[in-house]
Design a protein around this ligand. Structure first.
Ligand SMILES: *[C@@H]1O[C@H](CO)[C@@H](O)[C@H](O)[C@H]1NC(C)=O
Ligand SMILES: *[C@@H]1O[C@H](CO)[C@@H](O)[C@H](O)[C@H]1NC(C)=O
Ligand SMILES: *[C@@H]1O[C@H](CO)[C@@H](O)[C@H](O)[C@H]1NC(C)=O
Ligand SMILES: *[C@@H]1O[C@H](CO)[C@@H](O)[C@H](O)[C@H]1NC(C)=O
Ligand SMILES: *[C@@H]1O[C@H](CO)[C@@H](O)[C@H](O)[C@H]1NC(C)=O
Ligand SMILES: *[C@@H]1O[C@H](CO)[C@@H](O)[C@H](O)[C@H]1NC(C)=O
Ligand SMILES: *[C@@H]1O[C@H](CO)[C@@H](O)[C@H](O)[C@H]1NC(C)=O
Ligand SMILES: *[C@@H]1O[C@H](CO)[C@@H](O)[C@H](O)[C@H]1NC(C)=O
Ligand SMILES: *[C@@H]1O[C@H](CO)[C@@H](O)[C@H](O)[C@H]1NC(C)=O
Ligand SMILES: *[C@@H]1O[C@H](CO)[C@@H](O)[C@H](O)[C@H]1NC(C)=O
Ligand SMILES: *[C@@H]1O[C@H](CO)[C@@H](O)[C@H](O)[C@H]1NC(C)=O
Ligand SMILES: *[C@@H]1O[C@H](CO)[C@@H](O)[C@H](O)[C@H]1NC(C)=O
Length: 476
């Protein structure tokens, strides 16, 4: 083994592109080795390796740091095994990325790397790491949402039978990853952590999102990020997330869906199982846009009026600690204008929340507001046991409430019962991130128009702006 490595290294030093290949296996060496440790761009070598060994071959990035200064498109791989033993480090050249990131089509977002093909593996052995230099983006972005051109770190596109295992992400530029137009993708033993080191929030550092994909499996994940942990967007079928721990995220949302009137979103057969949420603004959450298009730019672009449906979803075995809004359904997610809420025709049905236990930040366990145009049938709550953080600490606490509107059978008893009582009416423009107990919350709903969403995060992620954002003092 040692002699092989020596041989390869000596061949490597005379190669033009820094790739050593024997026909089927391409070893990539970083340029820094021949440039006195200078961080020279390794993108050309990596792309060259995929050209040489992307079909019926292997691409091996060794235990070095590789500098990635340019976009990469390595789709169309066939029977290719990729190994990452070291670190890929994306440059913080913001003007370059703003001008060159590839469009992913979804919501006008873009990416630094398209990766895809058939029968592909990507193994990191628990050591391989993507370092996105995200702090530069958090500082540049200044708490704004969806800055055009700010790149998703890694996008799996047009993949079939892809297995990614044992890879970690640090300081992602934007969403850590995205699974688009793919089938039979597994991502297992994944660690993601993006944390801002100053007062600017990370914002939009989702762990992953799925879109136009089926049979996607996320197993054994740990995510700390500040936005959605694992989010499921339109046209996703048979997506399983199992054994996922999320710190300081927006939880496990399905959505947003119904943003685009010309492209309906169909979501079905979704399982979130064995999930641990800690210090999260939201938990098991379904979010749809209102039924009428508006030009509210909160999420980076106008939206609403899209059709489609969400059905057959199970949230099972959730352990929650200090979650702001543990269970919720909204059909006016970025509307913030009660007069356009209640216009959604996107049907939500057959959703089960089972064995959800732990603590909530406020006195709200669930808020379900379905559109009156399409009330939600088949909502079931089994073994939902949530107490407030205060109550769990033996401190004075308001009793837990479940708020609801337009659930089919919401007051039924016997077989048809939903499994939870309805304590009050859930307004159609409930804020996505709570910062008050109920019923005080109701009189404050209108505040959601003026307090930027990122600032409202302060209620769970206390920072210097917490008072300005009108947060209740933390219960601990
Ligand atoms: C190329 O190297 C790989 C890894 O060492 C080895 O498995 C493969 O058999 C080699 N292929 C050829 C054609 O020598
Ligand atoms: C990888 O390289 C780092 C830094 O050179 C070293 O500390 C570490 O032991 C190496 N890991 C392996 C598995 O060789
Ligand atoms: C990426 O490469 C594929 C070929 O695998 C090509 O069809 C596609 O147009 C490329 N995408 C971009 C954005 O360059
Ligand atoms: C991918 O693997 C499957 C199962 O081994 C095989 O049937 C299929 O032909 C492979 N695809 C390609 C493009 O080689
Ligand atoms: C799905 O992909 C995995 C690799 O992750 C492969 O082992 C399996 O055979 C694929 N399943 C089908 C039905 O092709
Ligand atoms: C994420 O990284 C931060 C900063 O390094 C660290 O304090 C925190 O413990 C990490 N979170 C997890 C879940 O590993
Ligand atoms: C925050 O991270 C950036 C980028 O890594 C670094 O340059 C800066 O020194 C860090 N600031 C603090 C206060 O740690
Ligand atoms: C998840 O982690 C456990 C414990 O490390 C391991 O036994 C199991 O194989 C992992 N699951 C997958 C799909 O890798
Ligand atoms: C869940 O995943 C974590 C890694 O995120 C692993 O340590 C743990 O063993 C896994 N648990 C099970 C039951 O697979
Ligand atoms: C979802 O798939 C349907 C076809 O089944 C298509 O008409 C629609 O445009 C797709 N939606 C999105 C958001 O891609
Ligand atoms: C619901 O989804 C589960 C998990 O994907 C699947 O096993 C089941 O068959 C689906 N049920 C219906 C009625 O489609
Ligand atoms: C949750 O947040 C509280 C308050 O900021 C903090 O004290 C606690 O350490 C956090 N818990 C974890 C597991 O990060």
């Amino acid at each position: 083994m040692l002699s092989n490595l020596v041989l390869f290294a000596s061949v490597a030093s005379s190669a033009t592109a820094y790739v050593v290949n024997n026909g089927t296996t391409c070893y990539v060496y970083p340029e820094s080795l021949t440039h006195f440790g200078q961080p020279v761009d390794d993108t050309p070598s990596i792309l060259h390796a995929f050209e040489l060994c992307g079909t019926n071959g292997s691409v091996i990035l060794q235990n070095y740091t590789y500098n990635i200064n340019q976009v990469m498109n390595t789709t169309g791989l066939v029977n290719c095994d990729v190994e990452l033993h070291g670190e890929m480090r994306w440059s913080d050249n913001i003007p370059y990325w703003l001008g060159h990131s590839y469009s992913v089509t979804y919501a006008n977002l873009s990416t630094a790397w398209f990766f895809g093909g058939e029968n592909v593996t990507f193994k990191g052995f628990g050591k391989g790491q993507f370092y996105g230099n995200g702090q530069a983006w958090y500082d540049e972005n200044r708490n704004n949402s969806n800055q055009p051109g700010r790149p998703i770190g890694f996008t799996i596109l047009n993949a079939k039978n892809l297995w990614m295992d044992g890879v970690s992400w640090r300081q992602a530029q934007f969403w850590h990853s995205f699974v688009s137009h793919s089938q039979n993708v597994t991502m297992s033993n994944i660690y993601m952590n993006s944390t801002s080191n100053n007062t600017w929030f990370t914002v939009n550092t989702d762990g992953t999102d799925t879109w136009n994909s089926r049979d996607v499996f996320f197993y054994n994940w740990t995510v700390e990020g500040g936005d959605d942990c694992i989010a499921i967007k339109g046209n996703s079928t048979n997506i399983v997330s199992r054994n996922v721990t999320c710190y300081r995220t927006h939880g496990m949302p399905i959505g947003s869906v119904g943003q685009d009137p010309t492209h309906p979103d169909f979501v079905r057969d979704i399982v979130y199982e064995d999930v641990h949420l800690i210090n999260s603004t939201n938990g098991a959450w379904i979010k749809a846009w209102q039924g009428r298009a508006t030009d509210i730019t909160n999420n980076g672009q106008a939206g609403g009026g899209g059709g489609g449906s969400i059905t057959n979803v199970t949230y099972r075995n959730f352990r929650i600690e200090n979650v702001g809004q543990p269970i919720s359904v909204t059909q006016c997610v970025y509307g913030h204008d009660p007069s356009v809420c209640d216009t959604s025709k996107l049907q939500i049905s057959n959703i089960t929340w089972e064995n959800i236990t732990g603590t909530s930040h406020f006195d709200v366990a669930s808020i379900i507001h379905c559109s009156p145009l399409v009330p939600c049938p088949g909502l079931k709550f089994i073994d939902v046991n949530i107490t407030t953080v205060n109550a769990s600490l033996g401190r004075p606490s308001l009793p837990q409430v479940n708020l609801c509107a337009n659930m089919v059978d919401q007051n039924a008893t016997g077989e048809d019962a939903t499994g939870i009582p309805c304590h009050g009416f859930a307004p159609n423009d409930m804020p996505n991130v709570l910062y008050r107990n109920w019923p005080e919350l109701l009189s404050e709903v209108i505040l959601s128009v003026t307090v930027p969403e990122a600032q409202r995060d302060n209620c769970l992620h206390p920072g210097p702006d917490a008072a300005a954002a009108g947060c209740a003092p933390p219960p601990w």
